[in-house]
Design a protein. Structure first.
Length: 108
């Protein structure tokens, strides 16, 4: 009798809904537009810069390197966060399994 209620309680604890972190379409559109405007502004700034061609080319390569580095950094941060969430879920599942199998009235 007590086991059934104990398992129901554990079952209710394990039914926690995971929060999906999903952005809205407007937020996504704003991020894309902001990136596009920033890249266009830097590109125009470098193009109309009063300097030799090799200086403008050097700045353009530097900007491209900076952009690719930012994308890589964002991906690495996201991957580490997702890995941390996965480890947390596995640990939570192990704990719930141990609690479900534990009989507090069993003699050792």
């Amino acid at each position: 009798m007590w086991r059934a209620s104990y398992r129901r309680m554990l079952g209710a604890m394990s039914e926690t809904t995971s929060v999906k972190q999903q952005t809205t379409g407007a937020y996504f559109g704003q991020a894309v537009a902001s990136f596009g405007i920033a890249m266009a502004a830097v590109t125009l700034g470098i193009y109309f810069l009063d300097a030799d061609a090799w200086v403008r080319a050097f700045l353009a390569i530097g900007v491209l390197y900076l952009v690719t580095s930012c994308f890589t950094l964002a991906k690495v941060i996201r991957d580490r966060q997702e890995a941390g969430q996965l480890v947390s879920r596995v640990d939570q599942a192990r704990l719930e399994k141990i609690l479900a199998e534990h009989d507090p009235f069993q003699k050792l």
